[in-house]
Design a protein around this ligand. Structure first.
Ligand code: IMP
Ligand code: MG
Length: 185
């Protein structure tokens, strides 16, 4: 990548900045309704969900805490390796908390399934999953999100925090990556 025109690698914009704003606002309103009177802890799964987390938390009109966790499920490519390991754990105890896991995209479901299992073992009061995007066709484990921003087609998408090879996270909209970017010439 030797220039700043990341849009050159984008086949087309799938979801605009404005649409993203509307999706996140709607999710925030729903979460605000559902978590009134609860002890909400938002857990963002790094790094893909940081932009979503930053926008979502400002649409939640309730007292809440945030924390971050990092796991690796993908190497540098576009396919799941099936290997999930904790790179960074939470800073606090989650016992008695109403946990909402904030993810960027639910693909095979392996990553979230693993995270949910280990966090459930720590006795939160409740645990739910909030994902901005869902690729239901790709699911390999039995996992459903409680909050879904939008379903997306079985294409590799980037932007708004989502990467390919750690790039494109700073794209403000969601774009479909040109296949030529990740296939051999
Ligand atoms: P899963 O374990 O297969 O569900 O993978 C989930 C993770 O894979 C997400 O948190 C993303 O980091 C990554 N991922 C899956 N699909 C895409 C995509 O289309 N674009 C960018 N990252 C993706
Ligand atoms: Mg990722």
């Amino acid at each position: 990548m030797n220039d700043n025109s990341i849009m050159n690698d984008i086949e087309r914009v799938l979801i605009s900045e404005e649409e993203l704003g509307n999706i996140v606002k709607r999710m925030g309103e729903q979460i605000t309704q559902d978590y009134t009177g609860k002890d909400l802890l938002l857990v963002s799964v790094l790094k893909g969900s940081v932009i979503f987390m930053a926008d979502l938390m400002r649409e939640i009109k309730l007292p809440c805490n945030i924390d971050f966790m990092a796991v690796s499920s993908y190497g540098s490519g576009t396919k799941s390796s099936g290997v999930v390991k904790i790179i960074k754990d939470l800073d606090q105890s989650i016992e008695g908390k109403d946990l909402l896991i904030v993810e960027d995209i639910l693909d095979s479901g392996r990553t979230l399934n693993y995270i949910r299992e280990i966090l459930t073992a720590r006795n939160p009061k409740s645990i739910k999953i909030c994902t901005l995007f869902d690729k239901p066709e790709r699911r390999e484990v039995d996992l459903y999100a409680d909050y879904i921003g939008a379903p997306v087609p079985n294409e590799f998408i980037v932007g708004y925090g989502l990467d390919y090879n750690e790039y494109y996270r700073n794209l403000p909209s969601i774009g479909i990556l040109k296949r030529s970017v990740y296939t051999e010439e």
